[in-house]
Design a protein around this ligand. Structure first.
Ligand SMILES: Cc1ncc(COP(=O)(O)O)c(C=O)c1O
Length: 358
C-alpha cells in the first residue's frame, strides 16, 4: 500500500470539504494502519505484556538509539513520566520559556512531578546557553535543590517547527552533564527534524538521557507516543506509567498503527515540509511582511497583526482552518491530507484575510 496515497477515509471526517491546517494531529490512520490494528496480535500489557506493544517499543528504542522504550498514551504523558523519574533528585527543571512542557501541558512537571519549573530565556527555540549555565545548580544550597532535569525540544513547536542544530543539542547536554542533571528531549516531532536535517533521529537524541516522540502527529497513527531511555530508566518509567493511569491492556490494537507509522510514514514527512515551504514562499511573494524566515519543517507562522483570532474565524468561514498561536500570529501546519491544490487555495485565502481584514 502506498503510504502517501490520497487521504483514504479522511473525507469521511470532513477533510475533503475543508483545508484543515490546524495541526498534523488531525491526520487519519492509513488503510495499512487500520488493517494492522484489525489483525494485531495482542496480550495484556498491564499483566505479562502485549507482543505488538513490545515490537513497537523495540522499534522506538532502536530509532532513538536508546536501550529501551515504553509505549505511552500521549506526548504529554511521556514528558510527565520522564519528569517523574528524573525528579528523584528533587529540585528544579530548566526549560526554555516557550517549551511545550512549560506552556501547554497543564504544568504537569510541577503539579504532578513536583519539580520547580524555571523558564530560561530563549530565541528561535534555543535557550541562551549563558543563561542556562547560570541557572544550573549542581548541589544543595540554602536557595534550593540541584537541577534535576533540563528539557529541550526539537522540532520546536512554538518556534515554528525549527529543527535545532545538533551543536545546540550537544551544548545543552554538556552543560547539564557538568551539573549532574538529566536531559530530556521533547521530540514530539523529532522525525520532522531528522528528515529536515538529513540525520537519523538517534543523532538528535544522542545528547539527551531520555526522549519522547509522538506517533499521532505527522506520522498519522491515531494515538500514542514512545518514551525512550536506558533500561533502568524504562523500568522506573513503567511503574510511573501505571501510577498516572497509563497501564493499558490490549494496547497492541493501537500500537499496531504505531508500527506501521515507524515503518512507512517517516520518509514522506519531506512532502509536508516541501508544502510548508511552498505555502511560505507564496505568502512571501504576495506580502513579504506576513512571514519570517523559511520554515525548516511542517509549521509556518504567519503574522496577523490586526487580530489573529478574528482572522482565523474569517478563514474558517471559508473552509480554511488555522489556529491563532497568540494575538498576532497564526500557526499553520501541513500534513498528509494537504495536497498542492490545498496549499494554493490556502495561500490565496490567508493572504487575502490577513491583508484586507475581510
Ligand atoms: C512539542 C510538543 N511536545 C509535546 C506535545 C504533546 O503531545 P500530545 O498532544 O500527544 O500530548 C506536543 C503536542 O502538540 C508538542 O507539540
Amino acid at each position: 500500500m502506498n503510504a502517501t496515497a490520497a487521504p483514504d477515509r479522511a473525507s469521511a471526517a470532513g477533510a475533503g470539504r475543508r483545508i484543515d491546517l490546524r495541526s498534523d494531529t488531525v491526520t487519519q490512520p492509513t488503510e495499512a494502519m487500520r488493517e494492522a490494528m484489525r489483525t494485531a496480535l495482542v496480550g495484556d500489557d498491564g499483566l505479562d505484556g502485549d507482543p505488538t506493544v513490545r515490537e513497537l517499543e523495540i522499534m522506538g528504542a532502536k530509532a532513538m538509539g536508546k536501550e529501551d522504550a515504553l509505549f505511552v498514551a500521549s506526548g504529554t504523558m511521556g514528558n510527565l513520566i520522564a519528569a517523574l523519574v528524573h525528579a528523584s533528585r528533587g529540585g528544579e527543571a530548566l526549560v526554555d520559556e516557550h517549551a511545550h512542557v512549560a506552556r501547554s501541558e497543564g504544568g504537569g512537571i510541577s503539579r504532578l512531578a513536583g519539580l520547580m519549573c524555571t523558564p530560561v530565556r530563549s530565541c528561535d527555540g534555543m535557550m541562551d546557553l549563558d543563561a542556562l549555565a547560570a541557572s544550573m545548580r549542581d548541589g544543595y544550597s540554602r536557595h534550593g535543590a540541584p537541577t534535576a532535569m533540563v528539557v529541550v525540544e526539537t522540532s520546536h513547536n512554538h518556534a515554528g517547527g525549527r529543527a535545532l542544530p545538533l551543536s545546540y543539542l550537544e551544548a545543552v547536554g554538556q552543560c547539564a552533564r557538568a551539573a549532574g542533571a538529566a536531559v530530556h528531549l521533547d521530540g514530539a516531532r523529532i522525525f520532522n527534524a531528522a528528515v529536515a536535517q538529513g540525520v537519523p533521529p538517534a543523532a538528535l537524541a544522542a545528547f539527551s538521557d531520555t526522549v519522547t516522540f509522538c506517533l499521532s502527529k505527522g506520522l498519522s497513527a491515531p494515538m500514542g507516543s514512545i518514551l525512550a531511555g536506558s533500561r533502568d530508566f524504562v523500568v522506573r518509567a513503567r511503574s510511573y506509567r501505571r501510577m498516572v493511569g497509563g497501564g493499558l491492556r490490549q494496547a497492541g490494537c493501537v500500537a499496531a498503527a504505531g508500527v506501521v507509522a515507524l515503518r512507512d510514514m517517516v520518509d514522506r514527512l519531506a512532502e509536508d515540509h516541501r508544502r510548508a515551504h511552498a505555502l511560505w514562499a507564496s505568502l512571501r511573494g504576495q506580502a513579504p511582511a506576513l512571514v519570517g524566515d523559511a520554515p525548516d519543517t511542517n509549521i509556518v507562522m504567519v503574522r496577523a497583526p490586526s487580530d489573529a483570532v478574528a482572522c482565523a474565524a474569517r478563514l474558517a468561514s471559508r473552509g480554511i482552518l488555522v489556529r491563532p498561536r497568540d494575538a498576532d500570529t497564526l500557526r499553520i501546519v501541513t500534513h498528509r491530507h494537504i495536497d498542492d491544490a490545498a496549499i494554493r487555495t490556502a495561500a490565496a485565502g490567508i493572504a487575502h484575510a490577513v491583508e484586507t481584514g475581510r
